[in-house]
Structure formats: C-alpha cells, structure tokens
Design a protein around this ligand. Structure first.
Ligand code: GLP
Length: 249
C-alpha cells in the first residue's frame, strides 16, 4: 500500500484527480471503476475542469460504478446514477453507452447481480478502481460480514451506513435499506485501486484498514492483499496512524 498524506480535502481531491487524469491520458480507453459519496466530489469537479480546458478526453472511457440503492430509479436525486450524472458524466464527453451502474429498480436480485457481473467480466479488468471508505470500513456497499463477497450481491445496509447516508435524505425513513454492490472480489481484480478518505470520521476505519487484521468485518482490510493500492487521505483521516507514516517518503 502506498499512502499519500494530504493536508485537507482539497489537496486530497487534487491528488486523486491527478491520478485519475493520468490514467485517462496514459490509456484513453481505460475502464474506470467509479464511486459515489462526498469523498470523490472534489476530484470529479477537477476532472470536469480538466475536460473543459481540453486536457482530458473521456470519449473512449468506460465507467463501471460500484453500487446503487435498491428501489431508487435513476432519476431519483439520491440515486447513484443521478449522482454520477450531476457530478461527472453530464459535464464530460463520456458516451452514455459506456456508463454502467447496477439497476436499482430490478427486483430480481439473481438476474441483476448476474447481469452486472457479466458486464464487469466482459469489459474488465478495471484499470483504476476509485473507492471511498465507509465509517465502518465498508467499500462500495460491502458491509462488515463474516466473509468477503466475490461478485455483485444485494446488501442489507447496516444502521451505521443508514445513519451516515441519512444526511442526504429528507428523513432517515427515506434511506433505502438495501443496495446492489460490486463484490470485494471484483474490486480486488482491478489493476490499480485508489482509496480516498478525508476527515476525522474516517480515522478509525482507516486505521483498521491499514493496521488491523485482514477480516471481512472490515471490508477495506482486504486491500492489504492487493499489490497496487494507493491511499490518498488527509491528516484528519490518518490521525490515528500518522505516527507510523513518514511524510517525507
Ligand atoms: C456510501 C457509498 C460508498 C462510499 C461511502 C462513504 O455508503 N456506498 O461507496 O464510499 O458511502 O461515503 P462518503 O464519501 O460520503 O463519506
């Protein structure tokens, strides 16, 4: 694991955007695994700026998103499809046919998971997988569990995740209870994984990810087994492990 320490959210976003931009420049037909949440918003904004300046071209890029809430249509303003359009896709020249997310409105869980796994299998491997980090150590919507899920699956969200995500809904009762998520196995098969984290709220999860045991109770801890992981995190998120990180390296 390579850990890049940043001063704050802005610097984290710049460094993460630079890594994603480098991927897009070096391999214009990259398959990107993209994430939602507050963490990547700043990086997406910078990628949009890069596109508008003419530095980035997304015309050959494919994007496969990590997850989607079950029961929210793509036009719902809290769906991840809506989020991706608002924050990135509608502002750059990515082709709509090259954008993939789980379909939260598909009630047949077996069918939807098989469909999404087939997309990942045929379009993958993912060149660069972007990840945020849940306060309980989740990645995508892989919640703490007794095993690491390999492929796409339907997840019952934990109270901690429902509480954390309720800030974006009118009331906690509106937060969906289930989601479709890419599995840890699919994430793991990406060639390069970029995990970003900002703020004190992520400090415990990040400490457990980097220094704790590899356990499905902390889904992100599986990343220690991958040979190409970059963590870009700010000082607050790294506060519980800062003594162990040499910032000059
Ligand atoms: C959600 C998403 C994750 C995201 C996490 C952290 O649960 N499913 O993909 O990484 O929240 O979100 P945030 O970046 O807003 O802290």
């Amino acid at each position: 694991m390579r850990i890049i320490v940043t001063k704050d959210y802005e610097e984290m976003s710049r460094k993460a955007a630079n890594i994603i931009a480098a991927q897009v420049v070096m391999k214009p037909n990259s398959v990107l695994g993209l994430a939602t949440g507050s963490s990547p918003i700043g990086a997406y904004k910078l990628l949009v700026e890069g596109y508008k300046k003419g530095d980035l071209d997304f015309s050959e890029i494919t994007s496969i998103n990590l997850d989607e809430y079950v029961g929210l249509p793509a036009y719902h303003n809290q769906s991840y499809a809506y989020f991706m359009n608002e924050n990135l896709f509608s502002h750059v020249n990515i082709k709509q046919e090259n954008v993939f997310l789980p379909n939260g409105m598909e009630a047949d869980e077996t069918k939807e998971c098989a469909r999404y796994d087939e997309i990942i299998r045929t379009l993958g491997p993912i060149d660069l997988q972007l990840l945020g980090l849940g306060e309980n150590g989740h990645i995508g919507f892989n919640e703490p569990d007794s095993f690491f899920a390999d492929g796409t699956h339907k997840v019952e969200l934990t109270e901690s995740t429902i509480n954390a995500n309720s800030r974006l809904f009118n009331s906690i009762d509106e937060v969906p209870r289930y989601a479709y998520s890419m599995g840890v196995g699919s994430i793991f098969r990406a060639k390069h994984i970029l995990l970003i984290a900002s703020g004190q709220k992520k400090a415990e999860a990040l400490r457990n990810t980097v220094l704790g045991l590899i356990t499905p109770e902390v889904p992100a801890s599986a990343l220690k087994l991958h040979d190409n992981v970059t963590i870009v995190a700010d000082e607050a998120a790294l506060s519980l492990i800062s003594a162990l990180i040499n910032k000059d390296e």
